[in-house]
Design a protein around this ligand. Structure first.
Ligand code: 8OZ
Length: 358
């Protein structure tokens, strides 16, 4: 029987255990570059089987929040290299999350103060965080058909930047109502071209992105995160989420990606927000499956032992427990994360959470 604490191979990446650090936006990258505190923060968490970094925008227009890092410029590559070196020296593995927010953005972040790009012109009823605090997101502009290849290229470019920065893998952010999810869901995507309408059409951009990245850096270093039913960021339920995501998983199977990472239920919230058969995704995808959202120690042990997941990703508990793997092993109590220091700020609530004292 597989065990949560056993090693596992995900494509080209060897994990020392099946406990994954979920991607966590922390808004501490001044100048869109991760700093020395980020090096320390990730180093502290290197006993995770795999760290998935906070979302890193693939291009300037992919940014939606204050002080999130990019993964496209030479300066960003050099800064991330400090992070990946520190994690590797501590014996860990780290993937970067490749992020394009689409319409969940604001003029502050868009080159020339322009409109954010999406599958649609419809604005999201949602907020983002800018230098002025929480504000409504901006009305987007629907990407033209002939602009879509540049989105695919930007993802592939960022994936190559990630390899130059020393990451073990990339995770494409296909979740949480951001750009790729804005194409997937018929609650948002109102296009009438080859990227709207049928399930095949709405999945097209995501699949092109995955193929382009796999071609650029190897499928065995390429993963994907999905959130089939989460309502966050004004992502309304798809009219047939099960059929949509079953199709995506089936189409991904032949690519032999490193992993599929699934937020089960509402991101950071209830797992039973809408009925969905996650096992149907796992069996169609066929490759390594990382389960996420609200897993307790017991749930994680059972999911891995019963073969329902190859690994389990933990978010908030990794913020406040840098030694989460050890604590889970010992069944030690977990520290709670402080919400006031989650987004933005400095070392407080970032690099100052204690490890278990012997
Ligand atoms: C919290 C705050 C800002 C962004 C996500 C990248 O939900 C995020 C995010 C989370 O995937």
């Amino acid at each position: 029987m597989p065990n949560l604490f056993d090693p596992v191979q995900f494509g080209a990446v060897s994990l020392a255990n099946r406990i994954v650090m979920a991607p966590l936006t922390r808004n501490r990258s001044r100048g869109l570059v991760p700093g020395p505190l980020a090096v320390e923060y990730y180093r502290q968490r290197a006993t995770a089987g795999l760290i998935i970094s906070e979302g890193a925008q693939i291009a300037p227009e992919g940014q939606g929040y204050l002080d999130t890092p990019g993964i496209y410029s030479p300066e960003q590559i050099a800064a991330w290299k400090q992070v990946t070196d520190a994690v590797h020296q501590a014996g860990g593995k780290i993937a970067v999350q490749l992020w394009h927010v689409g319409r969940i953005s604001h003029a502050d972040f868009q080159p020339g103060g322009g409109k954010p790009l999406s599958s649609t012109d419809k604005p999201a009823q949602s907020k983002t965080f800018t230098k002025d605090g929480f504000v409504d997101v901006a009305a987007p502009r629907a990407l033209k058909l002939d602009e879509l290849p540049s989105i695919v290229q930007a993802f592939a470019h960022a994936a190559k930047a990630a390899m130059a920065a020393g990451f073990d893998a990339v995770e494409v952010h296909g979740a949480n109502g951001y750009l790729l999810d804005q194409f997937l869901r018929d609650s948002i995507n109102d296009r009438t071209d080859a990227y709207g309408g049928s399930i095949e059409n709405r999945a097209r951009l995501l699949l092109e992105v995955m193929q382009a990245i796999a071609a650029a850096i190897g499928a065995d270093r390429t993963g994907l995160r999905l959130s089939p039913v989460t309502p966050v960021n004004d992502a309304g339920q798809d009219s047939d989420a099960q059929a949509l995501f079953n199709h995506v998983a089936e189409q991904l199977a032949p690519l032999k990606l490193a992993f599929l990472h699934v937020i089960e239920g509402q991101t950071g919230g209830p797992r039973d927000v809408a009925p969905f058969d996650y096992d149907a995704l796992r069996t169609r995808f066929k490759g390594p499956y990382i389960a996420n959202n609200g897993y307790t120690r017991d749930m994680a042990l059972a999911a891995v032992a019963e073969g329902r997941a190859d690994a389990v990703a933990f978010g908030r508990s990794f913020i406040s427990n840098p030694d989460l793997v050890r604590r889970l092993k010992l069944n030690a109590p977990l520290e709670k994360a402080h919400s006031a220091t989650m987004y933005g700020g400095g070392a407080e609530g970032y690099t100052d959470y204690p490890t278990l004292s012997d």
